[in-house]
Ligand binder design. Structure first.
Ligand SMILES: [Cu+2]
Length: 177
């Protein structure tokens, strides 16, 4: 009987995670992991996707743009506090520091879909292409989670902000676009 190391065992599991576009992709020290999107209601033309972006030690990069076959246009957004109100703002790039684990999440940094070609339905998979200045284009396939989800399936939901409840977040729907 062949003995495999825990690392090889893990790689085997990851390899069987699914065919086609990977759920986790690494290039030049930049890893995109656990991509997911929120389901959108019928007539909605906007949506949002989230993920973890990790950089290796000594690796700096910038997420400069994104695209997806499900959307006519995709932007990189962040949230800022302005006059006591959380507002979304488009950013030219997300700067990635060495050894960072950057979690894109609801009410934080996110990838924003415009001109959706179809509603994002729970259980669907959505392809997202992320363009990095150095690592180039990393394509991942995210799972579509329920409309109010705060994290990808099977993952603990990301803490939002101390003292903020879920009801408040469910009222946020990118309407100001
Ligand atoms: Cu947005």
């Amino acid at each position: 009987m062949r003995v495999t190391s825990p690392v090889l065992g893990l790689l085997a599991v990851l390899a069987f995670a699914g065919p086609g576009v990977a759920h986790e992709v690494t290039n030049k020290g930049v890893t995109v992991a656990h991509p997911w999107a929120r389901a959108t209601p019928g007539g909605a033309t906007v949506g949002a996707a989230f993920m973890e972006i990790r950089t290796g030690a000594g690796v700096t990069d910038r997420l400069v743009s994104a695209s997806s076959p499900v959307a006519g246009r995709v932007e990189v957004h962040t949230h800022i506090m302005e006059g006591g109100v959380m507002k979304m703002r488009r950013v030219d790039a997300l700067e990635l520091k060495p050894g960072e684990s950057r979690i894109l999440k609801p009410m934080g940094d996110h990838v924003m879909f415009f001109d959706l070609k179809q509603p994002l339905k729970e259980g669907d998979l959505v392809k997202i292409q992320l363009n990095f200045a150095k690592a180039g284009m990393l394509e991942v396939e995210g799972s579509v989670e329920p409309a109010g989800a705060m994290g990808p399936h099977g993952m603990p939901s990301q803490p939002v902000e101390a003292g903020k409840g879920g009801a408040e977040n469910s009222g946020h729907d990118h309407k100001h676009h």
